[in-house]
Design a protein around this ligand. Structure first.
Ligand code: CP
Length: 311
C-alpha cells in the first residue's frame, strides 16, 4: 500500500478486514516492522479517538510518533503563485517536504469549511500533502472522507455478525451544529463493498453526494428503513445540496431503544446523548460504540503495516 487517502487505496477490502481481525488477536506480532520509522500526525482539527488509536497502532508496530497540532505551527499557504504578504507564513510546498524529512509516514486530519463546497470537494489540504510530501500519506478524516473510521466500522460489523448478509441501516440524526458528510460518505462506500443489505434513511434534503450513494436505496421513512435491521449506524451530517446548512433538528429522528429493536447501535463518536441517541441505547447491551472505537486501533494498524511493508 502506497497511501491511504480513500477506500480505493485498498485493493481487497474483505481481505484487509480479515487481516485486521488477525492483527487484533496478535497486536505485537509485528513490533519490529516499524523500528526506526516515524509517524508524524498533523491535526488541523480536534480528535480523541483518531489521535490516540493511530498513535497506539503505530507504537504496536514499533514506530516512533510525533504529533503536531497545526494551529501551533506557522499558518500554511496552499494556493500556488500567491503573494504571501497577508496571514500565511509558510507554503505547503516547503512544509510538506520538510515534514517528510522527519517522517516515514504522514497522517493528516483536515475537516471541511462547510461553506465553500468546491474548495472542500477539491480536498486541497490532503491532496497538497500527497502532492508535495515525499513519504506516504494517511487520511485521518478529510473534507469528504473518513476511510480509517469506515475500515474500523467494517471490522466491527464483520466481527459481530453471524449472518451471511446482515441488514445495515445508516440513519441521519439531529444535531445542533453543522457537521461534515465525511463519516457518512465513507461508511456508504464501505457498505457498498461488503456483503450486506444496506439502506440509508434521512429526512428529505439530506441526500448525500449522488456520486457516492450511487444506487444504494434511500428511505425517507426511518421506521420502515429500520425494520429487521441488524446494525443501525447513526450519524448526523449537514445538507450536501444546500451545502453545510442545518435543514432540520427534528428530534423524532433521534435513535431510541424502541426504534432500534434488536439491532446493534453503531456511532463513530463523539456523540451527543439525548440529541443523537437516547441514554437507554448507549447504556444498553445493544450499543457497540466502545468495541467500535477499539477497532480504530486495528484499522490504523493494518493500514500502517501495509504501508511499512511497501517502504
Ligand atoms: N470517530 C473519530 O474520528 O473520533 P475523533 O474525532 O475523536 O478522532
Amino acid at each position: 500500500m502506497k497511501k491511504y487517502t480513500n477506500m480505493n487505496d485498498i485493493s481487497n477490502i474483505s481481505e484487509m478486514v480479515k487481516e485486521a481481525i488477525l492483527l487484533k488477536m496478535n497486536p505485537y506480532g509485528y513490533s519490529e516492522i516499524g523500528k526506526n520509522k516515524t509517524l508524524v500526525m498533523l491535526f488541523f482539527n480536534s480528535s480523541l479517538r483518531t489521535r490516540l488509536s493511530t498513535e497506539k497502532a503505530a507504537k504496536n508496530l514499533g514506530m516512533d510518533v510525533m504529533v503536531l497540532n497545526v494551529s501551533d505551527a506557522w499558518s500554511l499557504e496552499f494556493e500556488d503563485g500567491t503573494v504571501m504578504n497577508m496571514n500565511t507564513s509558510e507554503h505547503i510546498k516547503e512544509a510538506a517536504q520538510v515534514i517528510s524529512q522527519y517522517a516515514d509516514v504522514i497522517a493528516v486530519r483536515a475537516f471541511p469549511t462547510l461553506k465553500d463546497k468546491a474548495k472542500d470537494e477539491s480536498e486541497y489540504i490532503l491532496k497538497s500533502f500527497v502532492k508535495y510530501a515525499t513519504v506516504p500519506v494517511v487520511n485521518m478524516e478529510s473534507a469528504t472522507a473518513h476511510p480509517m473510521q469506515a475500515l474500523a466500522d467494517a471490522i466491527t460489523i464483520t466481527e459481530l455478525t453471524d449472518k451471511p448478509k446482515p441488514k445495515v441501516v445508516l440513519s441521519w440524526a439531529p444535531h445542533p451544529r453543522a457537521l461534515p458528510q465525511a463519516v457518512a460518505n465513507s461508511f456508504v462506500q464501505m457498505m457498498q463493498n461488503l456483503d450486506v443489505d444496506f439502506t440509508i434513511t434521512h429526512p428529505e434534503g439530506y441526500e448525500l453526494n449522488k456520486g457516492i450513494v450511487k444506487d444504494t436505496p434511500i428511505n425517507y421513512n426511518q421506521e420502515e428503513a429500520l425494520k429487521d435491521a441488524d446494525f443501525v449506524y447513526v450519524k448526523n451530517w449537514s445538507s450536501y445540496n444546500d451545502y453545510g446548512k442545518i435543514l432540520s433538528q427534528d428530534e423524532n429522528w433521534m435513535m431510541t431503544k424502541s426504534k432500534l429493536g434488536n439491532a446493534k447501535f453503531m456511532h463513530c463518536l463523539p456523540v451527543r446523548r439525548n440529541v443523537v441517541v437516547e441514554d437507554a441505547v448507549l447504556d444498553s447491551e445493544s450499543s457497540v460504540v466502545i468495541p467500535q472505537a477499539n477497532n480504530r486501533t486495528y484499522a490504523a494498524q493494518i493500514v500502517l503495516k501495509k504501508i511499512l511493508e511497501n517502504l
